[in-house]
Write a protein that binds this ligand. Sequence first.
Ligand SMILES: Cc1cc2nc3c(=O)[nH]c(=O)nc-3n(C[C@H](O)[C@H](O)[C@H](O)COP(=O)(O)OP(=O)(O)OC[C@H]3O[C@@H](n4cnc5c(N)ncnc54)[C@H](O)[C@@H]3O)c2cc1C
Length: 396
Amino acid sequence: MTKIYDIAVIGGGLAGLTQSILLAQQGWTVICIDRDDPKNQINSDIRTTAISWGSRNLLKNAGVWADMEELAECIRDILILDEDSPVELEFNATDIDAEGFGWIVDNRDLRQVLMSHVAKNKNITHLTGQSVTDFKTQQNSVEVTLQNDETITVQLVIGADGRNSFTRKWMGIQTFKKDYKQSAIVCLINHTKPHNGMALEHFRTQGPFAVLPFTDNRSAVVWTIPGAEANQWTKCSDDVFNAALQTRCGDLYGDVSVQGSRAAWPLNLVKAHKYIGDRMVLVAEAAHGMHPIAGQGLNMSLRDIAALTETLNGASDPGDAALLKQYQSMRRMDNVGMVAATDILNELFGFNFFGVRAARRFGLHAISKIPYAKKFFMKQAMGAVGHLPNLIKKAG
Ligand SMILES: Cc1cc2nc3c(=O)[nH]c(=O)nc-3n(C[C@H](O)[C@H](O)[C@H](O)COP(=O)(O)OP(=O)(O)OC[C@H]3O[C@@H](n4cnc5c(N)ncnc54)[C@H](O)[C@@H]3O)c2cc1C
Protein backbone atom coordinates (compact mmCIF):
# COMPACT_ATOMS: atom_id res chain seq x y z
CA MET A 1 0.00 0.00 0.00
CA THR A 2 1.26 3.49 -0.86
CA LYS A 3 2.36 5.70 2.06
CA ILE A 4 1.07 9.28 2.15
CA TYR A 5 3.00 12.45 3.03
CA ASP A 6 2.50 16.12 2.17
CA ILE A 7 5.90 16.57 0.50
CA ALA A 8 8.70 14.36 -0.84
CA VAL A 9 12.19 15.87 -0.94
CA ILE A 10 14.28 13.86 -3.41
CA GLY A 11 17.94 14.01 -2.31
CA GLY A 12 19.20 14.26 1.25
CA GLY A 13 22.36 16.31 0.61
CA LEU A 14 23.01 19.51 2.55
CA ALA A 15 20.22 21.21 0.60
CA GLY A 16 17.58 18.47 0.85
CA LEU A 17 18.12 17.97 4.59
CA THR A 18 17.82 21.72 5.29
CA GLN A 19 14.71 21.97 3.11
CA SER A 20 13.10 19.04 4.96
CA ILE A 21 13.74 20.59 8.39
CA LEU A 22 12.28 23.99 7.44
CA LEU A 23 9.15 22.51 5.88
CA ALA A 24 8.60 20.13 8.81
CA GLN A 25 8.77 23.15 11.14
CA GLN A 26 5.76 24.56 9.27
CA GLY A 27 3.85 21.39 10.05
CA TRP A 28 4.14 19.61 6.68
CA THR A 29 4.80 15.87 6.78
CA VAL A 30 7.96 15.31 4.74
CA ILE A 31 9.74 12.26 3.39
CA CYS A 32 13.37 12.93 2.46
CA ILE A 33 14.68 10.20 0.17
CA ASP A 34 18.34 9.59 -0.67
CA ARG A 35 19.84 6.76 -2.68
CA ASP A 36 23.06 6.79 -0.66
CA ASP A 37 23.98 5.35 2.72
CA PRO A 38 24.33 8.19 5.33
CA LYS A 39 27.74 6.93 6.51
CA ASN A 40 29.05 7.01 2.96
CA GLN A 41 27.62 10.50 2.44
CA ILE A 42 29.37 11.82 5.55
CA ASN A 43 32.72 10.16 4.84
CA SER A 44 32.94 10.96 1.15
CA ASP A 45 32.48 14.75 1.25
CA ILE A 46 35.66 16.19 2.78
CA ARG A 47 34.94 19.68 1.42
CA THR A 48 34.42 22.74 3.54
CA THR A 49 31.80 25.39 2.82
CA ALA A 50 31.88 29.14 3.33
CA ILE A 51 28.49 29.79 4.91
CA SER A 52 27.61 33.44 4.32
CA TRP A 53 26.06 35.69 6.97
CA GLY A 54 22.67 35.28 5.24
CA SER A 55 22.97 31.49 5.14
CA ARG A 56 23.87 31.46 8.83
CA ASN A 57 20.63 33.31 9.50
CA LEU A 58 18.75 30.56 7.67
CA LEU A 59 20.55 27.82 9.63
CA LYS A 60 19.74 29.69 12.84
CA ASN A 61 16.10 29.84 11.80
CA ALA A 62 16.20 26.10 11.08
CA GLY A 63 17.46 25.63 14.67
CA VAL A 64 20.71 23.92 13.62
CA TRP A 65 23.33 26.68 13.91
CA ALA A 66 23.68 26.38 17.71
CA ASP A 67 25.16 22.91 17.11
CA MET A 68 27.53 24.25 14.40
CA GLU A 69 28.79 27.38 16.15
CA GLU A 70 31.73 25.70 17.93
CA LEU A 71 32.66 23.82 14.76
CA ALA A 72 32.83 26.89 12.51
CA GLU A 73 35.50 29.58 12.00
CA CYS A 74 34.62 33.17 11.22
CA ILE A 75 36.00 34.93 8.08
CA ARG A 76 36.90 38.43 9.26
CA ASP A 77 39.19 39.53 6.41
CA ILE A 78 39.40 38.71 2.71
CA LEU A 79 42.64 39.22 0.78
CA ILE A 80 42.46 39.12 -3.02
CA LEU A 81 45.63 38.70 -5.08
CA ASP A 82 45.97 38.61 -8.87
CA GLU A 83 48.77 36.33 -10.13
CA ASP A 84 52.06 38.10 -9.24
CA SER A 85 50.66 41.63 -9.35
CA PRO A 86 51.54 43.95 -6.45
CA VAL A 87 47.93 45.28 -6.56
CA GLU A 88 45.89 43.64 -3.85
CA LEU A 89 42.41 44.13 -2.52
CA GLU A 90 41.58 43.66 1.13
CA PHE A 91 38.20 43.61 2.80
CA ASN A 92 37.78 43.88 6.58
CA ALA A 93 34.43 43.01 8.14
CA THR A 94 34.96 45.76 10.74
CA ASP A 95 34.75 48.35 7.91
CA ILE A 96 31.05 47.56 7.60
CA ASP A 97 30.54 46.88 11.33
CA ALA A 98 29.99 43.19 10.67
CA GLU A 99 31.07 40.32 12.90
CA GLY A 100 32.33 38.48 9.81
CA PHE A 101 31.70 37.84 6.12
CA GLY A 102 30.89 34.19 6.68
CA TRP A 103 31.85 31.02 8.52
CA ILE A 104 33.85 28.05 7.28
CA VAL A 105 32.31 24.70 8.16
CA ASP A 106 33.36 21.14 7.39
CA ASN A 107 30.65 19.52 5.22
CA ARG A 108 30.96 16.35 7.34
CA ASP A 109 30.03 18.31 10.50
CA LEU A 110 27.17 20.17 8.84
CA ARG A 111 25.72 16.99 7.33
CA GLN A 112 25.93 15.18 10.66
CA VAL A 113 24.22 18.02 12.52
CA LEU A 114 21.47 18.29 9.87
CA MET A 115 20.92 14.51 9.98
CA SER A 116 20.60 14.55 13.76
CA HIS A 117 17.93 17.29 13.54
CA VAL A 118 16.10 15.36 10.82
CA ALA A 119 16.16 12.23 13.01
CA LYS A 120 14.65 14.16 15.95
CA ASN A 121 11.80 15.68 13.94
CA LYS A 122 8.65 13.58 14.01
CA ASN A 123 7.30 15.26 10.86
CA ILE A 124 10.24 13.93 8.80
CA THR A 125 10.83 10.41 7.53
CA HIS A 126 14.42 10.02 6.33
CA LEU A 127 14.58 7.16 3.85
CA THR A 128 18.13 6.26 2.78
CA GLY A 129 19.66 3.68 0.45
CA GLN A 130 16.68 3.99 -1.94
CA SER A 131 16.75 5.67 -5.36
CA VAL A 132 13.66 7.30 -6.78
CA THR A 133 13.04 5.65 -10.15
CA ASP A 134 9.75 7.12 -11.42
CA PHE A 135 6.95 9.61 -10.85
CA LYS A 136 3.29 9.59 -11.85
CA THR A 137 1.62 12.99 -11.66
CA GLN A 138 -2.12 13.09 -11.02
CA GLN A 139 -4.46 16.04 -10.62
CA ASN A 140 -4.07 16.35 -6.84
CA SER A 141 -0.99 14.28 -6.07
CA VAL A 142 2.22 12.68 -7.33
CA GLU A 143 3.08 9.02 -6.95
CA VAL A 144 6.80 8.49 -6.31
CA THR A 145 8.24 5.07 -7.16
CA LEU A 146 11.29 3.75 -5.33
CA GLN A 147 13.92 1.32 -6.52
CA ASN A 148 12.26 -1.47 -4.49
CA ASP A 149 8.96 -0.78 -6.37
CA GLU A 150 7.25 0.67 -3.29
CA THR A 151 5.28 3.85 -3.93
CA ILE A 152 4.69 7.02 -1.93
CA THR A 153 1.93 9.55 -2.57
CA VAL A 154 2.56 13.26 -1.96
CA GLN A 155 1.11 16.62 -2.95
CA LEU A 156 4.47 18.10 -3.92
CA VAL A 157 7.82 16.69 -5.07
CA ILE A 158 10.93 18.83 -4.44
CA GLY A 159 13.94 17.80 -6.53
CA ALA A 160 17.08 18.41 -4.43
CA ASP A 161 18.96 15.59 -6.09
CA GLY A 162 22.07 17.44 -7.24
CA ARG A 163 23.66 18.45 -10.55
CA ASN A 164 22.69 15.26 -12.38
CA SER A 165 19.16 15.46 -10.97
CA PHE A 166 16.98 12.50 -11.91
CA THR A 167 13.92 14.60 -11.01
CA ARG A 168 14.95 17.37 -13.46
CA LYS A 169 15.53 14.87 -16.25
CA TRP A 170 12.19 13.16 -15.57
CA MET A 171 10.47 16.57 -15.76
CA GLY A 172 12.01 16.99 -19.23
CA ILE A 173 13.71 20.26 -18.26
CA GLN A 174 16.53 21.31 -20.57
CA THR A 175 19.80 22.65 -19.17
CA PHE A 176 22.71 24.83 -20.19
CA LYS A 177 25.94 22.98 -19.35
CA LYS A 178 29.63 23.84 -19.46
CA ASP A 179 32.58 21.64 -18.54
CA TYR A 180 35.34 23.85 -17.11
CA LYS A 181 37.92 21.09 -17.68
CA GLN A 182 39.19 22.06 -14.25
CA SER A 183 39.16 20.26 -10.90
CA ALA A 184 39.29 21.61 -7.38
CA ILE A 185 41.73 19.93 -5.02
CA VAL A 186 40.38 20.26 -1.48
CA CYS A 187 42.08 19.55 1.85
CA LEU A 188 42.75 20.95 5.31
CA ILE A 189 46.17 22.32 6.17
CA ASN A 190 48.14 23.07 9.33
CA HIS A 191 50.33 26.17 9.36
CA THR A 192 52.76 27.72 11.79
CA LYS A 193 51.56 31.34 11.50
CA PRO A 194 48.04 32.28 12.70
CA HIS A 195 45.39 32.81 9.99
CA ASN A 196 43.74 35.61 12.00
CA GLY A 197 40.40 34.90 10.34
CA MET A 198 41.76 35.77 6.88
CA ALA A 199 40.47 34.19 3.66
CA LEU A 200 42.93 34.35 0.77
CA GLU A 201 41.70 34.27 -2.83
CA HIS A 202 44.69 34.19 -5.16
CA PHE A 203 43.60 34.37 -8.79
CA ARG A 204 46.03 32.49 -11.00
CA THR A 205 45.93 31.74 -14.72
CA GLN A 206 45.46 28.01 -14.06
CA GLY A 207 42.60 28.72 -11.67
CA PRO A 208 42.02 30.34 -8.26
CA PHE A 209 43.87 29.17 -5.16
CA ALA A 210 41.83 29.80 -2.01
CA VAL A 211 42.88 29.36 1.61
CA LEU A 212 40.04 29.72 4.10
CA PRO A 213 40.36 30.06 7.89
CA PHE A 214 39.25 27.05 9.90
CA THR A 215 39.19 25.98 13.56
CA ASP A 216 42.32 25.22 15.64
CA ASN A 217 44.46 27.46 13.45
CA ARG A 218 43.95 25.22 10.44
CA SER A 219 42.85 26.40 7.00
CA ALA A 220 40.86 24.83 4.19
CA VAL A 221 42.39 24.85 0.71
CA VAL A 222 40.36 24.95 -2.51
CA TRP A 223 42.93 24.83 -5.30
CA THR A 224 41.64 24.91 -8.87
CA ILE A 225 43.83 23.09 -11.39
CA PRO A 226 43.45 21.89 -15.01
CA GLY A 227 41.35 18.70 -14.88
CA ALA A 228 44.15 16.62 -16.42
CA GLU A 229 46.33 17.28 -13.33
CA ALA A 230 43.78 15.96 -10.80
CA ASN A 231 45.38 12.51 -10.43
CA GLN A 232 48.85 13.97 -10.10
CA TRP A 233 47.86 16.07 -7.06
CA THR A 234 45.67 13.49 -5.34
CA LYS A 235 48.10 10.61 -5.82
CA CYS A 236 51.46 12.31 -5.09
CA SER A 237 53.17 11.93 -1.70
CA ASP A 238 52.41 14.38 1.14
CA ASP A 239 55.94 15.76 0.80
CA VAL A 240 55.47 16.64 -2.87
CA PHE A 241 52.01 18.08 -2.17
CA ASN A 242 53.25 20.13 0.80
CA ALA A 243 56.07 21.59 -1.31
CA ALA A 244 53.54 22.67 -3.97
CA LEU A 245 51.30 24.19 -1.29
CA GLN A 246 54.23 26.04 0.26
CA THR A 247 55.14 27.60 -3.11
CA ARG A 248 51.56 28.81 -3.53
CA CYS A 249 51.16 30.09 0.06
CA GLY A 250 54.54 31.84 0.12
CA ASP A 251 55.30 33.11 3.61
CA LEU A 252 51.73 34.19 4.45
CA TYR A 253 51.06 31.10 6.60
CA GLY A 254 54.59 30.09 7.69
CA ASP A 255 55.27 26.36 7.20
CA VAL A 256 52.24 24.57 5.74
CA SER A 257 51.38 20.87 5.65
CA VAL A 258 48.32 18.90 4.59
CA GLN A 259 46.18 17.40 7.36
CA GLY A 260 44.33 14.18 6.53
CA SER A 261 43.08 13.29 3.08
CA ARG A 262 42.74 15.34 -0.11
CA ALA A 263 40.28 14.91 -2.96
CA ALA A 264 39.57 16.35 -6.41
CA TRP A 265 36.19 17.64 -7.59
CA PRO A 266 35.62 18.04 -11.36
CA LEU A 267 34.12 21.48 -12.02
CA ASN A 268 31.22 22.28 -14.30
CA LEU A 269 28.25 24.57 -14.72
CA VAL A 270 24.64 23.37 -14.99
CA LYS A 271 21.66 25.70 -15.27
CA ALA A 272 18.10 24.45 -15.64
CA HIS A 273 15.92 26.47 -18.06
CA LYS A 274 13.00 26.28 -15.62
CA TYR A 275 12.40 25.01 -12.09
CA ILE A 276 8.81 23.85 -12.04
CA GLY A 277 6.36 21.33 -13.49
CA ASP A 278 3.05 19.79 -12.39
CA ARG A 279 3.35 19.48 -8.60
CA MET A 280 7.13 19.33 -8.96
CA VAL A 281 9.82 21.90 -8.24
CA LEU A 282 13.64 22.04 -8.31
CA VAL A 283 15.90 23.59 -5.69
CA ALA A 284 19.67 23.89 -5.15
CA GLU A 285 22.09 22.10 -7.48
CA ALA A 286 19.24 20.31 -9.23
CA ALA A 287 18.40 23.81 -10.54
CA HIS A 288 21.90 25.37 -10.77
CA GLY A 289 25.46 24.19 -10.20
CA MET A 290 28.24 26.74 -10.44
CA HIS A 291 32.03 27.17 -10.20
CA PRO A 292 33.20 27.35 -6.55
CA ILE A 293 35.34 30.44 -7.34
CA ALA A 294 33.20 32.67 -5.11
CA GLY A 295 32.06 29.99 -2.62
CA GLN A 296 28.41 30.67 -3.45
CA GLY A 297 26.90 27.34 -4.58
CA LEU A 298 25.28 26.23 -1.34
CA ASN A 299 24.56 29.83 -0.34
CA MET A 300 22.43 30.27 -3.47
CA SER A 301 20.78 26.92 -2.78
CA LEU A 302 19.86 28.02 0.74
CA ARG A 303 18.22 31.11 -0.74
CA ASP A 304 16.09 28.83 -2.94
CA ILE A 305 15.15 26.83 0.11
CA ALA A 306 14.25 29.94 2.10
CA ALA A 307 12.13 31.27 -0.78
CA LEU A 308 10.27 27.98 -1.28
CA THR A 309 9.68 27.57 2.46
CA GLU A 310 8.21 31.07 2.70
CA THR A 311 6.08 30.57 -0.41
CA LEU A 312 4.51 27.40 1.01
CA ASN A 313 3.91 28.86 4.48
CA GLY A 314 0.21 28.59 5.34
CA ALA A 315 -0.78 27.15 1.94
CA SER A 316 -3.65 24.68 1.80
CA ASP A 317 -2.08 22.81 -1.12
CA PRO A 318 1.77 22.84 -1.36
CA GLY A 319 1.61 21.72 -5.00
CA ASP A 320 -0.52 24.69 -6.07
CA ALA A 321 0.75 25.80 -9.51
CA ALA A 322 0.48 29.53 -8.72
CA LEU A 323 2.70 29.13 -5.65
CA LEU A 324 5.33 27.20 -7.58
CA LYS A 325 5.33 29.89 -10.25
CA GLN A 326 5.81 32.53 -7.57
CA TYR A 327 8.82 30.60 -6.20
CA GLN A 328 10.36 30.31 -9.67
CA SER A 329 10.07 34.00 -10.39
CA MET A 330 11.57 34.84 -6.96
CA ARG A 331 14.66 32.76 -7.61
CA ARG A 332 15.46 32.82 -11.32
CA MET A 333 17.20 36.21 -11.62
CA ASP A 334 19.34 35.78 -8.50
CA ASN A 335 20.53 32.34 -9.62
CA VAL A 336 21.16 33.31 -13.26
CA GLY A 337 23.12 36.36 -12.07
CA MET A 338 25.38 34.34 -9.76
CA VAL A 339 25.94 31.50 -12.25
CA ALA A 340 26.95 34.12 -14.86
CA ALA A 341 29.12 36.08 -12.40
CA THR A 342 31.10 33.00 -11.31
CA ASP A 343 31.52 31.93 -14.94
CA ILE A 344 32.79 35.38 -15.98
CA LEU A 345 35.15 35.59 -12.98
CA ASN A 346 36.67 32.23 -13.82
CA GLU A 347 37.15 33.22 -17.47
CA LEU A 348 38.44 36.70 -16.67
CA PHE A 349 41.11 35.54 -14.24
CA GLY A 350 42.04 32.61 -16.48
CA PHE A 351 43.37 34.96 -19.19
CA ASN A 352 46.96 36.04 -19.11
CA PHE A 353 46.89 38.40 -22.10
CA PHE A 354 48.38 41.78 -21.36
CA GLY A 355 45.16 43.76 -22.08
CA VAL A 356 42.95 41.55 -19.90
CA ARG A 357 45.55 41.50 -17.13
CA ALA A 358 45.83 45.29 -17.13
CA ALA A 359 42.03 45.75 -17.10
CA ARG A 360 41.73 43.28 -14.23
CA ARG A 361 44.34 45.06 -12.16
CA PHE A 362 42.77 48.42 -12.90
CA GLY A 363 39.43 46.93 -11.72
CA LEU A 364 40.89 45.65 -8.44
CA HIS A 365 42.65 48.96 -7.83
CA ALA A 366 39.47 50.91 -8.58
CA ILE A 367 37.38 48.79 -6.18
CA SER A 368 39.95 49.29 -3.42
CA LYS A 369 39.79 53.08 -3.91
CA ILE A 370 36.02 53.54 -4.26
CA PRO A 371 34.43 53.08 -0.81
CA TYR A 372 30.93 52.53 -2.25
CA ALA A 373 32.15 49.75 -4.58
CA LYS A 374 34.16 48.18 -1.78
CA LYS A 375 31.14 48.20 0.53
CA PHE A 376 28.96 46.65 -2.18
CA PHE A 377 31.41 43.75 -2.68
CA MET A 378 31.66 43.20 1.08
CA LYS A 379 27.87 43.05 1.43
CA GLN A 380 27.73 40.71 -1.56
CA ALA A 381 30.26 38.37 0.12
CA MET A 382 28.00 38.34 3.20
CA GLY A 383 25.00 37.33 1.10
CA ALA A 384 23.25 40.52 2.18
CA VAL A 385 22.50 42.05 -1.24
CA GLY A 386 19.39 41.75 -3.41
CA HIS A 387 15.80 40.77 -2.81
CA LEU A 388 16.29 38.38 0.10
CA PRO A 389 13.79 36.00 1.68
CA ASN A 390 13.06 36.88 5.35
CA LEU A 391 14.64 33.62 6.56
CA ILE A 392 17.95 34.88 5.06
CA LYS A 393 17.54 38.55 6.07
CA LYS A 394 17.29 37.97 9.79
CA ALA A 395 17.52 35.25 12.40
CA GLY A 396 15.06 34.50 15.15
C1 LIG B 1 35.26 22.30 -4.44
C2 LIG B 1 33.94 22.91 -4.05
C3 LIG B 1 33.89 23.87 -3.05
C4 LIG B 1 32.68 24.46 -2.70
N1 LIG B 1 32.66 25.45 -1.77
C5 LIG B 1 31.51 26.09 -1.49
C6 LIG B 1 31.48 27.18 -0.56
O1 LIG B 1 32.49 27.57 0.01
N2 LIG B 1 30.27 27.80 -0.34
C7 LIG B 1 29.13 27.40 -0.94
O2 LIG B 1 28.08 28.00 -0.71
N3 LIG B 1 29.13 26.34 -1.80
C8 LIG B 1 30.28 25.69 -2.08
N4 LIG B 1 30.28 24.62 -2.96
C9 LIG B 1 29.00 24.11 -3.46
C10 LIG B 1 28.37 23.11 -2.47
O3 LIG B 1 29.34 22.16 -2.05
C11 LIG B 1 27.22 22.37 -3.15
O4 LIG B 1 26.30 23.34 -3.59
C12 LIG B 1 26.49 21.44 -2.22
O5 LIG B 1 27.33 20.51 -1.60
C13 LIG B 1 25.45 20.65 -3.06
O6 LIG B 1 24.46 20.21 -2.21
P1 LIG B 1 23.08 19.62 -2.80
O7 LIG B 1 22.38 19.09 -1.61
O8 LIG B 1 22.40 20.60 -3.67
O9 LIG B 1 23.54 18.44 -3.79
P2 LIG B 1 24.23 17.04 -3.51
O10 LIG B 1 25.20 17.14 -2.41
O11 LIG B 1 24.74 16.57 -4.83
O12 LIG B 1 23.05 16.10 -3.00
C14 LIG B 1 22.17 15.46 -3.87
C15 LIG B 1 21.71 14.18 -3.20
O13 LIG B 1 20.71 13.57 -4.03
C16 LIG B 1 20.87 12.19 -3.96
N5 LIG B 1 20.23 11.62 -5.17
C17 LIG B 1 20.58 11.81 -6.45
N6 LIG B 1 19.75 11.15 -7.28
C18 LIG B 1 18.84 10.52 -6.49
C19 LIG B 1 17.72 9.69 -6.75
N7 LIG B 1 17.33 9.35 -8.00
N8 LIG B 1 17.00 9.21 -5.69
C20 LIG B 1 17.36 9.53 -4.42
N9 LIG B 1 18.41 10.33 -4.12
C21 LIG B 1 19.14 10.82 -5.14
C22 LIG B 1 22.38 11.97 -3.88
O14 LIG B 1 22.70 10.74 -3.29
C23 LIG B 1 22.83 13.16 -3.04
O15 LIG B 1 22.97 12.84 -1.67
C24 LIG B 1 31.48 24.04 -3.34
C25 LIG B 1 31.52 23.06 -4.34
C26 LIG B 1 32.74 22.51 -4.72
C27 LIG B 1 32.77 21.48 -5.81
